[in-house]
Design a protein around this ligand. Structure first.
Ligand SMILES: [Zn+2]
Length: 525
């Protein structure tokens, strides 16, 4: 079924040109309509008079875009075909669908296949399997996605923490033996053959935190041999950030693999203002031949577990907790997003709870975390620990693309607003031009992920498209209301099928595909 038909569009009129000629340009003669280009299959859609921001970073231009089936057929000044649907964009911007290079939108995706949080901010491809965690086996997950149907395209990395868990089980607080590394490589190879984009690590988390750099290099070599890539939540984003970045670069160098430093940030007071120093480091590595890139989400606060603040994993280490709350995540800016042992605490900041309980924030933090550990209960916090000027500067680096790190039902607003926050407010504030912003969500992201045929508007590419109003587009999600839908997104298409209407409502269509690694030329097995 073609779900485009019959959908009412408020700001951009959808109409059949056949026989009416209402929106036909003056030059359109009846002789050309339907005679030279019959459109018998009915899948053709002409989006007319859009401000095409094509994803390459080149200047936007007014043009028409024809979609036929799942692909873009033509771009230029185009006359409607006989029987073709025409959507008048009236100068609204048309960009390639956004590629989210660090997504957790796969959580709950099969239960919520319309993926509102993702598509309502213009995301058409989610790259999951991040931070060292991935579905296993990927072939099953991919099959489920394809059979059940989802609105977005899905690509995945293979998680190092998963591999470690599969091979080492609970005995992971140590380096892996040579045999264990071989076993991980075998599993990785199998997952890569299912079409994974490469290897992901989450070296700040268990069990990856206990891995040696050599272990990761060995696995990265396996990925490189199959044309895969490496994406890393690096070992430290605060205390030892620069060492962690050096480690990622070394892995890229020794395994000869492209490296993406994912959700790159300067998450400690004493690192604030040092974005240029970090960029210099990355530029030096690039000059030395390491293909290092990054992605950034546009918020000064992150969401993770409380334990991530304690790299030595010692809940009793009062000094470490004091340091964390002073330098990394101040009590007023640390909000409990999820706390299984005491759900009533959710939404409160550590400062609120300290006041409520009549204790100091350090003690409260230690008590909360100890209890969660004892009860093996889930918990997470949203914590402010970045400076906006740094976040902006990092995203301005020409090798940084936008990511969300978001979820469909998460409590961080990035799940609904990361891309629209950059596309609207950040562009209007002059942090990036519209073309630069779109490039960092599309063409650049595709290049960083090794995804072909998506990320630019050109004939032959898949018709993943976002129609939006550059003057109005904005995120609305906040920590208090993290599922507020963005404004100004007027339509989203995935593989030529409309998934979001002009009122930012899902159409119910689920045309998403699994996006598999295209490069496997070196895989000789
Ligand atoms: Zn992460």
């Amino acid at each position: 079924m073609d779900v485009r038909i019959g959908i009412l569009i408020s700001t951009a009129a959808l109409l059949l040109v056949a026989g009416c000629g209402l929106h036909a340009p003056a030059s359109l003669s009846q002789a050309t309509v339907g005679v030279t280009h019959p459109d018998a299959d009915g899948t053709s859609l002409l989006i007319r008079d859009a401000l095409v921001v094509d994803g390459t970073g080149e200047p936007a231009r007014r043009a028409d875009v024809r979609i036929q089936g799942e692909r873009i057929a033509e771009v230029g000044r185009l006359d409607p075909l006989y029987g073709e649907q025409v959507l008048d964009a009236n100068g609204l911007a048309l960009a390639p669908g956004f590629i989210d290079t660090h997504s957790h939108h796969d959580q709950d995706l099969l239960g919520e296949p319309t993926a509102l949080g993702a598509v309502s901010q213009g995301i058409t491809t989610i790259v999951v399997g991040q931070d060292g965690g991935s579905h296993f086996p990927l072939s099953d997950f991919f099959q489920q996605v394809e059979q059940e149907g989802v609105a977005v395209n899905v690509a995945s990395f293979v998680g190092h923490n998963l591999l470690r868990y599969l091979v080492m089980g609970d005995d992971f607080r140590r380096e892996a033996t040579a045999d264990e590394v071989i076993a991980m490589r075998v599993l990785l190879g199998r997952e890569l053959r299912s079409g994974a984009l490469g290897l992901s690590t989450g070296l700040e988390y268990d069990p990856g935190i206990y891995a040696s750099t050599d272990e990761v290099i060995s696995l990265a070599r396996e990925a490189a041999a199959k044309g895969g890539r490496y994406i890393s939540h690096v070992r430290s984003e605060d205390r030892a950030l620069f060492e962690a970045v050096d480690e990622a670069i070394r892995i890229g160098q020794e395994a000869t693999i492209p490296v993406q430093i994912t959700h790159m940030k300067l998450a400690m007071r004493s690192l604030w203002g040092r974005a240029d120093e970090l960029i210099d480091r990355l530029e030096r590595a690039r000059s030395a031949g390491v293909e290092v890139t990054a992605d950034v989400y546009p918020y000064t606060y992150w969401q993770s577990t409380m334990m991530v603040l304690l790299p030595d994993r010692d809940v009793e280490d009062r000094e470490a907790v004091e340091f964390a709350i002073r330098e990394l995540a101040p009590a007023e800016g640390m909000r409990l997003a999820h706390y299984e042992p005491e759900p009533a605490y959710e939404g409160s900041t550590l400062a609120d709870l300290a006041e409520q309980l009549g204790e100091d924030p350090v003690t409260v933090f230690m008590d909360l975390l100890s209890r969660a550990v004892e009860e093996e209960a889930a918990q997470s916090v949203i914590a402010t620990s970045m400076l906006e000027a740094d976040v902006v500067r990092l995203l301005q680096w020409p090798h940084a693309n936008v990511s969300s790190d978001g979820q469909l039902r998460g409590s961080h607003p990035r799940g609904f607003g990361a891309f629209t926050r950059v596309l609207g407010p950040w562009v209007r504030d002059g942090h990036l031009t519209l073309e630069q912003a779109v490039h960092r969500m599309t063409g650049l992201s595709a290049a960083h992920m090794g995804i072909d045929e998506r990320g630019t508007i050109r004939p032959g590419a898949y018709a993943d498209l976002v129609l939006f109003d550059p003057a109005r587009v904005a995120d609305r999600a906040t920590p208090e209301d993290p599922h507020a839908v963005s404004e100004g997104i007027e339509g989203v298409w995935v593989n030529g099928v409309r998934v979001l209407d002009a009122a930012s409502q899902p159409t119910g269509a689920t045309p998403g595909r699994v996006v598999r690694r295209s490069s496997d030329a070196e895989d000789v097995r």
